[in-house]
Design a protein around this ligand. Sequence first.
Ligand SMILES: NC(=O)c1ccc[n+]([C@@H]2O[C@H](COP(=O)([O-])OP(=O)(O)OC[C@H]3O[C@@H](n4cnc5c(N)ncnc54)[C@H](OP(=O)(O)O)[C@@H]3O)[C@@H](O)[C@H]2O)c1
Length: 338
Amino acid sequence: MNEEQLMQAAWYDRQGAAKEVIQYEKIPIPQPGEGEVKVKVFASGVNPSDTKVRSGWGGIPQSFPRIIPHQDGAGVIESVGEGVSKDRIGERVWLYEAQQKRAFGTAAEYAIVPSQQAVTLPDNTSFVEGACLGVPAMTAHRAVFADGSIAKKTVLVTGGAGAVGNYAVQWAKWGGATVITTVSREEQAKIAEAAGADYIINYKSENVVERIREITGRERGINRIVDVNFSQNLAVADAVLRTNGAIAMYAANPDDAPALPILSLMMRNINLRTILVYTMPQEAKLAAIRDITTALEAGALHHNIARRFPLSEVATAHDLQDSGQAIGKVIIDLAEKF
Ligand SMILES: NC(=O)c1ccc[n+]([C@@H]2O[C@H](COP(=O)([O-])OP(=O)(O)OC[C@H]3O[C@@H](n4cnc5c(N)ncnc54)[C@H](OP(=O)(O)O)[C@@H]3O)[C@@H](O)[C@H]2O)c1
């Protein structure tokens, strides 16, 4: 096989610590099958689920003998498989679920995805920004809108500086809500403020329930909660949610088994909603994509980049993602260009 048929890729063939298992040898460039597109990747986004699959977190099995990690990315369509219009060649796109039910994700020079998972990237959005979108912006969209309109409602987003949390703050503002968010340090507060949060509470140094009561002027003033840590935040949720409120939770640990105040929640018709972006209804994915496109075109979405790494440092990027120290997205930058 000659050099032109090979691509740079980061991959692993066993689960474990990033620096022990991720390798960087060239592999053959894959070609698009029916209904697929081949994308020249310019940026690849790291998500916690990518590092969880790689490490085997919670007993997640390794589903393919060799895995190129990362669901999210952005680039340009270079060729198309049968059944896909050749008009798509040259299109700037952002990718979602690139490594969902398939072995090779976006941590490589090329990625193959079903055509519908390569979404037009507006010209005002860079590839690095496009690589931030898939998992975080779609999860946040679902969490904010799954239980109906939030116009004129009060939404609590826990962890408003997190990748998902920050987009959730932005979606909730976009949807016309008053947004209260929690953070744990000053740099996070700045990012939450830039996203449009109306009120920011430091959940480590302040009494969250008391602050929410002051802000809302009611004992229970929150209509919706978008939550990053259900077990830890359940007592606050129970104390502040209004009748007919809802909690949309998108993160959990394998040993989470919180004691649910069932009667207290039931007396107020509280809806406990779980979310996994990969299995959420197709209509919800399409609704998220529609709104992401509209918001991008309007220049209404902000993207927080914590740090960019070259492809040769995917392992370091995974370790930063897992450290809890990154504020914003960790991105693999394969060649920044607009
Ligand atoms: N269900 C899904 O579809 C889905 C989709 C995306 C992500 N996730 C999961 O959601 C989690 C976050 O993902 P991410 O990409 O947003 O990660 P991230 O960028 O690291 O953000 C997590 C944020 O949550 C904050 N946080 C942690 N515990 C908190 C608490 N008790 N109260 C308030 N804030 C808290 C963290 O800050 P501090 O620790 O400093 O407070 C951090 O700002 C991960 O476990 C990920 O696997 C699930």
